[in-house]
Design a protein. Structure first.
Length: 474
């Protein structure tokens, strides 16, 4: 048994769970969603029935019935004398289509592979004799790849040499390496809220405390709240997505960046910039470079720009910090595969060809989803982001979790708003990626249109104030 969640903690995580009858099934659905989203990890001990009943103001028999429903659906197991623990939730097939082939997976916000990728892999494979004579993996990164990454930063106006680059096994691996180096139990990390949930998980795994600073679709970053958070919490690390933020799609202005830099400098905070979506502009050229100062740590990858299956990422930082990461890395892994590095090196030099194709692909997907949502569910607030991979859609009732569970029963996998929260909330939001094929996204929206009246008790075609229906991200 790896961990335990108390009755108060589970009650707080459940939020507004009373969304259907009977009550025990509403409670069971709330716990199911926490398990599916990994907000309650597998092998976590749940509170005793009596304790949870007291915390939620329910009868013990109601909680017992909820736990029985969870056992029947394979989400928990109960042992006499040991209580109930959550079970791993594993998808039965990979890719967007799962189970019997009739479902659509929109939890993963990654576009299909760039069409030229297979050809590049074939070219590298033809030259495999030059690779197989070497160990096959590298803990720092090949000189050619680090030089290619450094050259792209230099071209952006951030002078960089290869010694300032560490190659990793994707962006998530880079996040883990950086957070492990900068945080320890008792320290504090500042995150945008909503934010990328796997970054929150990586930070919490260090034992650090987390605190949030708001970012919204319409208004962007709340700079006053952010400055207060830096002064109050004096975080060791602040994790930010300044370009096409996940999930809101917002991009910082130069004034935003200057405000965060000044606040971080005053608090002694290291700014960690996640740039994995930074080059996914749709409607215009790449956003302007932002000045976060020489001490910012930058994380990038090819997962969104080329293919999620190409596990190559990197960290750009000062030489001393890169040496620190290299020294600590063997505790987690022994390096990045040389074959993938050789592929990545060629791809980085092809970005002027790759990025326009990604913009066209993502733009087409975005427009399909926006049109489908606005026509099918006109009471929802549907933004039009200028880049990135998803919409942060505002619902007309705080029922995101219930909607996700209802859609799942119809074969559509989505992530509820609270999945992206640092400190609770967002039941009135739903992240909708626009990275799947257009026909699948139309089908998914049709499912949402069918189940929303059942979940909310409101017709899908309810009229809405036109000023609230359109929210464009600037």
């Amino acid at each position: 048994m790896d961990s335990r969640i108390g009755a108060r903690g589970l009650a707080a995580a459940l939020g507004g769970w009373r969304t259907r009858t009977p009550t025990y099934e509403a409670l069971a659905d709330g716990i199911r969603l926490l398990c599916l989203d990994n907000r309650v990890a597998a092998h976590t001990a749940l509170p005793a029935e009596r304790e949870l009943a007291t915390a939620l103001g329910l009868s013990r028999s109601t909680v017992a019935a909820a736990y029985r429903s969870l056992r029947d659906s394979g989400h928990i197991e109960s042992t006499r004398g040991s209580g109930s623990i959550t079970l791993p939730q594993v998808r039965r097939a990979a890719g967007r289509v799962f189970d019997d082939g009739d479902g659509i997976d929109l939890q993963q916000a990654s576009p299909a592979a760039w069409p030229g990728l297979a050809g590049v892999m074939a070219e590298v494979g033809a030259d495999a004799a030059s690779l197989v004579g070497r160990p096959g993996y590298d803990i720092v990164g090949s000189a050619d790849l680090r030089r290619a990454i450094a050259d792209r930063y230099t071209a952006r106006g951030i002078p960089t040499d290869p010694e300032q680059i560490l190659v990793t096994n994707g962006g998530q691996h880079a996040i883990h390496l950086v957070t492990d180096a900068l945080l320890r139990p008792g320290t504090t990390a500042l995150l945008e809220t909503p934010t990328y949930p796997h970054a929150t998980e990586a930070i919490k795994a260090t034992g650090a405390r987390v605190t949030g600073t708001p970012v919204t679709v319409v208004d962007g970053w709340d700079l006053d709240r952010a400055a207060q958070a830096f002064r109050r919490a004096r975080p060791a690390l602040a994790y930010l997505m300044p370009w096409f933020q996940n999930p809101t799609g917002r991009t910082m202005t130069p004034f935003d960046a200057a405000t965060f830099r000044a606040a971080a400098d005053a608090a002694g905070t290291v700014l960690v910039l996640d740039e994995t979506t930074a080059e996914l502009s749709i409607d215009a050229d790449a956003p302007d470079e932002l000045d976060f100062g020489p001490h910012a740590v930058r994380i990038g990858s090819l997962g969104k720009t080329v293919w999620g299956g190409l596990r190559v990422g990197w960290v750009r930082a000062n030489r001393a910090f890169i040496r620190r990461l290299v020294a600590s890395r063997p505790r987690r892994d022994l390096g990045t595969a040389e074959f993938e590095q050789a592929v990545a090196t060629r791809l980085l030099r092809m970005m002027p060809e790759i990025l326009p194709q990604r913009a066209e692909l993502l733009g087409r997907g975005r427009d399909v989803v926006v049109d489908a949502l606005r026509s099918t569910l006109p009471a929802w607030r549907v933004p039009v982001p200028r880049g990135g991979v998803s919409l942060w859609v505002g619902l007309d009732a705080p029922l995101s979790g219930s909607l996700v569970l209802a859609a799942r029963r119809e074969g559509v996998l989505l992530s509820a708003g609270p999945r992206f929260s640092v400190d609770g909330g967002y039941e009135t939001y739903l992240r909708v990626p626009f990275t799947a094929p257009p026909e699948q996204m139309r089908d998914a929206v049709a499912v949402l249109g069918r189940v929303w009246p059942e979940v909310s008790g409101r017709p899908a075609s309810s009229p809405v104030d036109e000023s609230e229906a359109v929210a464009a991200i600037v």
